[in-house]
Design a binder for this molecule. Structure first.
Ligand code: SF4
Ligand code: FES
Length: 250
């Protein structure tokens, strides 16, 4: 395949960025999007130019590091797929492809296509630990968990923390991510002792980090490679109301 790439290049957080055009050819349709960028970077290095910085780690769709806006869509055109699992056969030979970083106030650009997602770490840290007794592991079936709760908790726990939900949201909100974490901990028996203080602490950290508010546009769920449903946000809202004005207010 022969492609024209228009890639966001930015030398540092406070430098001005711009789109730079590159031609790539001899790209296998079976190459992943990141492998295609590797080919371009090898050429740039050979030519003495600065390679394009982009984040990646597992390249298996599980770590959440890859983070590219491809033709205006976080993680590109294939639904429920991370950038690293996207293959070039999803594009047409000769296509022009725009490649940009996540764009959100809470995720400042570090360099080129790399953004700082430590704001997510602050939300996780605010969630704290769960109260769990130490000692021998309890017998597996001694704490029964209703099947629907277990299934929903597992679904929420599939969030890989990539940030595509933030990049897709017109408000730059991190609510889908925060709600996924609140939900998977708040549904399990082990997560009950801190359930209501946790939701307040995590939401405060979310707002302090500069994320926008949620207005239920649903762009987050549409962009999420793990298809985390908006129901988690409803659940977060219910727990937050209970913790602040309802029966769980301290
Ligand atoms: S909710 Fe989805 S899009 Fe958002 S961080 Fe988690 S996996 Fe990524
Ligand atoms: S590199 Fe790990 S999810 Fe894409």
């Amino acid at each position: 395949m022969k492609l024209t790439l228009r890639v966001w290049r930015q030398t540092g957080p406070s430098e001005k960025g711009r789109m730079v055009e590159y031609q790539v050819d001899d790209i296998s349709p079976d190459a992943s999007f990141l492998e295609m960028l590797d080919v371009l970077n090898e050429r740039l290095i050979t030519e003495g130019e600065e390679p394009i910085a982009f984040d990646h780690d597992c390249r298996e769709g599980i770590c959440g590091m890859c983070s590219l806006v491809i033709n205006g869509t976080p993680h590109g055109p294939e639904k429920a797929t991370t950038t690293c699992q996207l293959h070039m056969r999803k594009f047409k030979d000769g296509e022009v492809i725009d490649v940009e970083p996540w764009r959100a106030r809470a995720f400042p650009v570090v360099k080129d296509l790399v953004v700082d997602r430590s704001a997510f770490d602050k939300i996780i840290q605010a969630g704290g630990y769960i109260t769990a007794p130490t000692g021998t592991a309890p017998e597996a079936h001694s704490v029964p968990v209703p099947k629907p709760d277990a299934d929903f908790a597992f679904q929420a726990a599939e969030c890989i923390g990539c940030g595509a939900c933030v990049a897709a949201c017109p408000n730059g909100s991190g609510m889908l991510f925060t709600a996924a974490k609140v939900t998977h901990l708040g549904l399990m028996p082990q997560g009950q002792p801190e359930r209501y203080s946790r939701v307040v602490d995590m939401l405060n950290a979310h707002d302090d980090a500069g994320f926008g508010g949620c207005t239920n546009t649903g762009e987050c769920t549409a962009a999420c490679p793990k298809e985390i449903p908006q129901d988690v946000i409803s659940r977060l809202n219910r727990d937050f109301l209970s913790a602040t004005v309802g029966s769980k207010k301290k």
